[in-house]
Every structure is written in structure tokens, then in C-alpha cells.
Design a protein around this ligand. Structure first.
Ligand SMILES: [Zn+2]
Length: 291
């Protein structure tokens, strides 16, 4: 171990271990080997988010263009589930960074970009409606953009909330770094989606508004564990051969679970891997686990 944790720590935790947000790319990168790494250190459940469409060489011009991206993600989820003692589920949507590719690189007006992205979210919602996906993914850029692009992005996100409300499903968000996203949570509530079903991916240890999906930095996990509020744990493993060290590896969530247990945070482990997944996604990580 390089980080002082001990894999054997998961032996005392017989419950599920969920990574709430990662990507897998078996066509270009590690793919299912990453799932095996996760399993070998005790991981049991995964929420697999589709890669940004342009990473699969899809230059979307309409909602239907996202369909192959979603279909591929669903295939990968099935293959991952075969290797897990629990299971994987897909989270499908449109990466908010697409707005900049459409407007800056491809010459679309912000309103046109909004329409393409909203149409993509609409196609993702079809998969949730027929039970093939668990939830939606949306958000807004984490970097500075023009007022018109910001507005278009917020409108895309609000469309995702409308679908989430209709479908009673969770919406994962990519946003700017923040510990207070109550305004966004209010927009979700106004659309009919309870704030706790909105998940901020790549969260730090505290967040007002949506449910935080906390990146596995030890300081952030300690803060989340000590608060005792609902939270999830993630790596945002990107599985990109060009960015091997860009994010945490697939073993990180199980190792941090061991570390939390060693530090007396069993309640927080239960919150992050059993109670919050049930509350946010209506999934039962215990009933879907076969040891
Ligand atoms: Zn991600």
C-alpha cells in the first residue's frame, strides 16, 4: 500500500461498497479490468456514467445522435454486472462541456446548442422510462462562459429536472465547485424533483442543497462522515488512456471504506453505501448483493 490503508479492512464490513460515479471505456482503455480491480479490493456496486459524447467520436447534431453512446454504456454496465457480486447501473445524459464544443468549435448559437443538448437529455430519459437506465446526468460548465451560454446551460439542467420529476429518478450534476447549490436545488424542487434526488458529482465534504457525491479525498470524507448527513462516495475514474493519472483509480472507494472503518466511521459507511443510495436512487444495495 502506498497510502497506508489496508485492503483487509473491508473484511469487517460485509455490506455493499458503491462507487457513485465513474466511466469505463473498454474500447480504448482499461474497461472491465478496472472493474476487476474494484472487485479485488471489495467493491460491489457501480454507477457507470456515459463518457462525453465527443470522446466516442460522436459530434451530436440532434438528440438521436446520443443513442449509440447510451447503448454502448448499457452494454458495458451488463458486462460489469457479470463481474460484480452486486451490480452496476447506467446513468445517462449529456456532459455540460458539450455546450462549449457546440458554440465555440462548431459555430452553433447558444439556443441551438441548448436544443441539441435538451434533445439528448430527452433520449436519455427514454432509457430511464423503460427501466434500462437508473438516472440522468446533466449540469453546467465549471469554467467561465458567456451569459448566453450560462443561461442555455441552466435551461438544459432544468429540462433534466423536469424529466427527473416525471420519471421520479435522480439527476447527477456536473457543476462549478461549490458548497452551496441551494439555488439549483430550488429549481429542481420547482420542477417537482425533490432536492435530495439531485446529486452533485465531484463534491467536497459539505454541500447545501443537492446530495453530495464526495470525491475520495481523505479530508473531504472525514468532513462528510463527521457531519452525519446523507452522502455518496465516488472516484470519477475517467478511464482515459491519454490522462492516466488524471483522477482516482477504481480501487479508491473500497480502500477509503477500509480507512473510514479503521477510523471508527462505520455509521458513515452505512450512510454512503446503503442509506443514501436507497434515498436518492431507490436502489437496495444490500438485497442486490450476493457474497
Ligand atoms: Zn465523470
Amino acid at each position: 500500500m502506498t497510502d497506508g490503508t489496508d485492503d483487509s479492512g473491508t473484511d469487517e464490513w460485509r455490506g455493499p461498497i458503491l462507487d457513485d460515479h465513474l466511466h469505463l471505456d473498454p474500447d480504448h482503455a482499461r474497461g472491465l479490468e478496472a472493474v476487476e480491480d474494484f472487485v479485488n479490493v471489495g467493491g460491489t456496486h457501480l454507477l457507470i456514467v456515459n463518457k462525453p459524447s465527443w470522446h466516442l467520436d460522436v459530434e451530436a447534431e440532434r438528440g438521436e445522435d446520443f443513442r449509440p453512446v447510451f447503448e454502448r454504456t448499457i452494454e458495458i454496465v451488463a458486462e460489469a454486472t457479470d463481474r460484480l457480486s452486486g451490480r452496476a447501473w447506467p446513468i445517462l445524459g449529456v456532459h455540460p462541456g458539450l455546450v462549449s464544443r457546440l458554440v465555440d468549435d462548431r459555430g452553433y448559437a447558444p439556443e441551438e446548442a441548448r436544443e441539441i443538448m435538451q434533445a439528448g437529455i430527452g433520449v436519455a430519459a427514454e432509457y430511464v422510462a423503460d427501466g434500462r437506465a437508473l438516472g440522468l446526468k446533466s449540469g453546467r460548465p465549471h469554467y467561465d462562459v458567456s451569459e448566453a451560454v450560462w443561461e442555455a446551460s441552466n435551461e438544459v439542467m432544468c429540462r433534466a429536472f423536469e424529466h427527473g420529476a416525471d420519471l421520479e429518478c435522480a439527476v447527477q450534476l456536473h457543476t462549478e465547485a461549490s458548497e452551496d447549490l441551494t439555488e439549483i436545488a430550488d429549481w429542481a424542487e420547482a420542477a417537482g424533483l425533490p432536492a435530495h434526488r439531485v446529486v452533485k458529482h465531484y463534491a467536497s465534504g459539505r454541500l447545501e442543497g443537492p446530495t453530495p457525491s464526495v470525491m475520495c479525498e481523505k479530508d473531504w470524507l472525514t468532513e462528510a462522515a463527521e457531519r452525519g448527513a446523507p452522502f455518496l462516495m465516488e472516484t470519477d475514474f475517467v478511464d482515459d488512456p491519454d490522462r492516466p493519472g488524471a483522477v482516482m483509480g477504481p480501487k479508491t472507494v473500497p480502500r477509503r471504506v477500509s480507512w473510514l472503518l479503521e477510523n471508527g466511521h462505520e455509521d458513515a459507511v452505512r450512510i454512503a453505501h446503503v442509506e443514501t443510495p436507497a434515498r436518492v436512487y431507490d436502489i437496495d444495495t444490500e438485497a442486490t448483493l450476493e457474497r
